[in-house]
Ligand binder design. Structure first.
Ligand SMILES: Cc1cc2nc3c(=O)[nH]c(=O)nc-3n(C[C@H](O)[C@H](O)[C@H](O)COP(=O)(O)OP(=O)(O)OC[C@H]3O[C@@H](n4cnc5c(N)ncnc54)[C@H](O)[C@@H]3O)c2cc1C
Length: 519
């Protein structure tokens, strides 16, 4: 039997431990050796608190127990993101995790809504969304498994303490044989012939050799950039925020089943309710406000009593030119960062891990030919890189839409974003929606039709016309159907318990001393 594949993960933040946990649970123990090096001296970013519904599939695939995970990470449920003051000051909309209404005669629901609106029946589109109505009412229940019920028409994600999530995954991964070293990587040795990474050197002087290196070292991109000089595509011209200041506070008011993102004078502010505290942060452009001013603004707007000091973070939006270069794959912040507006980073980590695992297990993209040599199929490496690029580019366009489709002219950042040229791919999408209410959706990747509709309409990108097929049904029938839909949604939501009560029975937080590792 050939020797196991020697996998070395550098970094123990969310990316490093998600990778370690997934590899350890999916790859057979006899076929792999997984080592993770992290430096407790350097620490982790630890602010990735809001997620997307896809995380549930990841957790399920690797065998994590949802209730235990939630209890040990102080988690709450998330039904969407509320955007305040984005298109105009005073505006408010929710990007929900679920559809608006149901299609009729194969025509997407929003076309009927537009037709009714044009006829003077001005019911907000959010009244046709279960997750939005539930968010407004602070209610939550797990979606019904009966697809004919309106209570099945939504998904959910989590809001959790990112440090506890990494700790929890660490326990899970170590129990499955992952070997952890607390040390600083100070150097890397490259193979003379092909420039592949042969080993990394620790501050203790120890060298750790590997076949495959996963760079999860965060923004510094220790292996992918500092060692392999892969290069970075920077997107600051479209996503101008490059700093954040974070500061948690005590909970105040009811526990919301959603994240809030409020547009501000130089960026935007997040509010993420967890069981034990509320996460807050101001994401801003350094060209538009100083660090001290941003921190002062954040502190003055905290919804509860501050916990701890402000933490400053710097970043450059964009992605590596290649996230798989030679025998190194960069996952997490080492691979790129698109700013946290739509909570997409953990999703991008998850996609990188599962795509890599699929290529390793299904397509034999990485194989040990003999005891000494591992084969990396260049076609697989190329396909992987194109896939990850596509994922980043799609998220990028969706994020830019929030900044660009604004009518705000009260601050330099909004004047800049409103008038900036945007990628052609986004121009085309916006045009189609404006002309005909058409949403370009993808077979794979983020985001689906309801997400685009929520943000287009929420940002006041209003269609001039809709799908003419929506005009075929008699007006009275359409009106009746829409009214029924609203009633059903209201009744379904009002049967749900309050979010806080649901959490208290489903996944109440365990004491901090017992949090972290799985039981
Ligand atoms: C302001 C902000 C808000 C965010 N909010 C969200 C959100 O709501 N939702 C979301 O999905 N994502 C969010 N993110 C992104 C999220 O925080 C990251 O994707 C996630 O934490 C993964 O980080 P990481 O593991 O790649 O890097 P890090 O957390 O930085 O971890 C890097 C690891 O590498 C180790 N390391 C570095 N150098 C060395 C070395 N020389 N030797 C040994 N070890 C080393 C460190 O010790 C650490 O363990 C946010 C990011 C920012 C900046």
């Amino acid at each position: 039997m050939s020797a196991p594949l020697n996998i070395v993960i550098v970094g123990g933040g969310t990316a490093g431990w998600m990778t370690a946990a997934a590899f350890a649970s999916v790859l057979p123990p006899a076929k792999r050796r997984i080592r993770l090096i992290e430096s407790s001296e350097i620490g982790i970013v630890g602010v990735g608190e809001a997620t997307l519904p896809h995380i549930r599939f990841f957790n399920k695939r690797i065998g994590l127990d949802e209730r235990e995970l939630m209890a040990k990470t102080q988690a709450t449920f998330k039904l969407g993101i509320e955007f305040c003051d984005w298109a105009r000051i005073g505006d408010n909309y929710i990007h929900p995790f679920g559809a608006y209404g149901t299609p009729m005669a194969g025509v997407p629901f929003h076309n009927y809504w537009l037709r009714q609106r044009a006829a003077g029946i001005d019911v907000p589109i959010e009244d046709y969304s279960v997750p939005i109505f539930a968010s407004r009412m602070n209610r939550f229940a797990l979606p019904s498994e009966d697809a004919s019920e309106v209570a099945s028409m939504f998904g959910y994600a989590f809001q959790f303490d990112a440090s506890l999530y990494a700790q929890y995954l660490r326990g899970f991964a170590e129990a499955r044989g992952v070997e952890r070293t607390d040390a600083k990587v100070v150097d890397a040795k490259l193979h003379g012939e092909d420039g592949f990474i042969e080993s990394v050197k620790l501050d203790s002087g120890v060298e750790i050799a590997g076949d495959l290196f996963i760079d999860c070292s965060g923004f510094r991109g220790l292996l992918i950039e500092q060692t392999l000089k892969t290069g970075y595509n920077e997107w600051t011209k479209w996503l101008p925020c490059d700093r954040a200041v974070a500061m948690p506070c005590e909970n105040a008011g009811p526990l919301m089943p959603y994240t809030r993102a409020t547009a501000r004078e130089a960026g935007w502010q997040w509010r993420i309710p967890l069981q034990h505290r509320t996460g807050n942060g101001y994401v801003y452009g350094s060209k538009f406000i100083s660090d001290d001013e941003a921190a002062a603004k954040l502190i003055s707007r905290l919804p509860g009593k501050a916990l701890g000091d402000p933490r400053f973070l710097r970043f450059t939006t964009g992605r590596r030119k290649l996230t798989w270069n030679r025998n190194c794959v960069a996952i997490g912040l080492a691979g790129g960062f698109l700013e946290p507006l739509e909570s997409t980073s953990i999703y991008l980590i998850q996609i990188a891990i599962t795509t890599l695992l699929d290529y390793m297990t299904e397509n034999s993209g990485i194989e040990r030919k003999d005891a000494a040599q591992v084969r990396f199929d260049p076609r697989i490496v190329d396909a992987y890189n194109r896939w990850i690029e596509m994922e980043y580019d799609r998220v990028r366009d969706f994020l830019i839409l929030h900044y660009h489709a604004t009518e705000r002219d009260d601050a330099p950042i909004w004047n800049y974003c409103r008038t900036m040229p945007v990628p052609d791919s986004l121009v085309h999408k916006m045009e189609l929606f404006r002309r005909r209410a058409r949403v370009i959706t993808y077979k794979d990747g983020l985001f689906l039709e309801p997400s685009w509709i929520a943000v287009y309409l929420g940002q006041r990108v209003m269609p001039e016309a809709w799908n003419p097929l929506a005009d075929s049904a008699p007006a009275a029938l359409v009106e009746q159907k829409l009214r029924d839909m609203r009633d059903k949604i209201q009744r379904a939501v009002m049967r749900m318990p309050l979010h806080e009560d649901f959490i208290n029975t489903y996944c109440p937080a365990v004491k901090p001393s017992m949090a972290g590792a799985p039981s």
